[in-house]
Design a protein around this ligand. Structure first.
Ligand code: ADP
Ligand code: 5GP
Length: 197
């Protein structure tokens, strides 16, 4: 059974992929998009500018700050957050439509967004993408060499706090290799129950 063929007499399952900054969420999702185009992934709205290769309506809806705040005020976002100075949010209607039709929906969002989804949709399955070790995360965070020492120190402090959030999640997927993490995520989406909780 593919995840698009869940019976419609059951509510669909909402799955949230989150985890500390720099753990590899967007890398895993890029592989998922490429290798499992059948998996439905929510397209977030954001005020950040598109990166090369990113397409409006595919990777994000790129909006102005005014447009974003209008969406917030109109209750159009399931959750939203300020991440590194840009706003990001999950459009509510497409997710609700999927769930009402008994289909799965996958969100890839930051930790504060995951907490908001937990509050709004207690049945959602929250998946924490974890690094193989603290050292791996610190390496991925500081290894770029583009930030000054103070910025790296602040990022590492934040990473400690973010790692502690693992206890709030239902399932942990270790991002040892991107391929493994992606396959485990797909396995979760395809499993018929939420027995992981
Ligand atoms: P996030 O979206 O969680 O902030 P990214 O996807 O931007 O994280 O990944 C952060 C860095 O870690 C990138 O340089 C990425 O190439 C690298 N990375 C991601 N997954 C792995 C992995 N399994 N092994 C090694 N490096 C990884
Ligand atoms: P990026 O700018 O690298 O694409 O994303 C930055 C961060 O924003 C990532 O941690 C990503 O998970 C998070 N993010 C993307 N979309 C959303 C969203 O709709 N809501 C929230 N809360 N976070 C998001």
């Amino acid at each position: 059974m593919t995840t698009d063929q869940l019976p419609t007499d059951k509510p669909g399952r909402l799955t949230v992929l989150s985890g500390p900054s720099g753990v590899g969420k967007s890398t895993v999702v890029a592989t998922l998009r490429r290798e499992h185009p059948d998996v439905w992934l929510s397209v977030s709205a954001t005020t950040r500018h598109p990166r090369p290769g990113e397409r409006d309506g595919v990777h994000y809806y790129f909006v102005t700050r005014d447009q974003f705040m209008a969406m917030v005020e109109d209750g159009m976002l399931l959750e939203w957050a300020d991440y590194a100075g840009n706003l990001y949010g999950t459009p509510r209607a497409p997710v609700e439509r999927r769930l009402a039709a008994g289909q799965h929906a996958l969100l890839e969002i930051d930790l504060s967004g995951a907490r908001q989804v937990r509050a709004a949709k207690p049945d959602a399955l929250l998946v924490f993408l974890a690094p193989p070790s603290r050292e791996h995360l610190f390496e991925r965070l500081s290894g770029r060499g583009t930030e000054d020492e103070e910025t790296v120190r602040r990022r590492l402090e934040l990473a400690e706090v973010e790692l502690a959030a693992v206890d709030e999640f239902d399932v942990v997927i270790v991002n040892d290799t991107v391929q493994n993490a992606c396959e485990r995520l797909v396995g979760l989406l395809e499993s018929p129950t939420t027995a992981h909780r």
